[in-house]
Design a protein around this ligand. Structure first.
Ligand SMILES: Nc1ncnc2c1ncn2[C@@H]1O[C@H](COP(=O)(O)OP(=O)(O)O)[C@@H](O)[C@H]1O
Ligand SMILES: [Mg+2]
Length: 239
């Protein structure tokens, strides 16, 4: 059983898309999945409404500061994975939600503004560890990556993360219209019509590789600790 929070204080970073891709891939592998939708835009809630009867994923909508703990506890008992989708903007829900999490995924888009939103989350996790001795492993997933070219902005983000010794998934989430279409139509990449959705096979391959790597990261539970400038990098395994 794992609770994973998806966090970036910037809207549009690809959090909700990453949550849905991971949730539907985990469901396909036979896991019991709950999504706690704490994003006031309720995209996951809307996807669930559009998918009626076509998913076993349990979606809890309208999750708030007061209800989060109860929802996490309930979801833990009946799910293999609990995924928490947070609001785009800075929110008190962020600290509370990461406090309940076994892992934090930070989706970062290849532009400076998004790297900033991701940096806020990394700083918070670093602060919790230094001041509160609370250790929460985290990984960055690069999102909305152009399949053809590595943009300069993406290189800047990668360099920044490498300097901080942040664990970045090898699999980026590629910019694909198929990932938007499943929000509009409901269902999954596997119920979508290959005749109507472009590059569906590539989208499926990407989502599957992303989910496999997340599972692998959770299993090994290794994180690269952000060092203080000049300090050696340490790699620790969570208890
Ligand atoms: N990999 C992707 N390919 C195509 N569109 C994407 C991708 N990731 C996000 N989007 C689109 O970008 C917008 C913002 O993404 P979203 O996942 O809602 O971000 P967040 O939850 O961080 O605000 C949405 O319109 C979404 O459909
Ligand atoms: Mg969102």
């Amino acid at each position: 059983m794992a609770v994973i929070t998806f966090a970036n204080t910037k809207g549009g970073a690809g959090k909700t898309t990453a949550v849905l891709l991971l949730a539907t891939e985990l469901e396909r592998k036979g896991y019991r999945v709950t999504i706690l939708d704490a994003d006031p835009q309720y995209w996951i809630h809307r996807w669930f409404e559009a998918s009626r009867g076509r998913t076993t994923i349990n979606v809890i909508s309208y999750v708030t500061m007061t209800s989060l703990q109860r929802h996490v506890e309930e979801a833990r008992s009946r799910s293999d994975f609990v995924l928490i989708d947070l609001p785009g903007a800075r929110s008190p829900l962020l600290a509370k939600s990461v406090g309940f999490s076994d892992h934090v995924m930070i989706p970062i888009q290849g532009c400076a503004m998004d790297a900033q939103g991701g940096a806020h989350v990394i700083e918070l996790l670093q602060y919790l560890e230094e001041k509160g001795n609370i250790f929460i492993p985290f990984s960055v997933v690069l999102t909305r990556v152009n399949s053809m070219v590595t943009t300069r902005a993406m290189q800047v983000v990668k360099t920044l993360l490498a300097e901080r010794r942040v664990h970045v998934l090898d699999t980026p989430i590629i910019e694909r219209s198929a990932f938007r279409d499943i929000f509009d139509c409901g269902g999954t990449l596997y119920s979508a019509d290959p005749g109507r959705v472009s590059n569906l096979a590539k989208a499926r391959e990407n989502a599957s590789a992303f989910a496999n790597e997340v599972i692998e990261s959770l299993e090994t539970r290794v994180r690269f600790q952000i060092p203080t400038p000049g300090a050696a990098v340490s790699i620790r395994t969570a208890a």
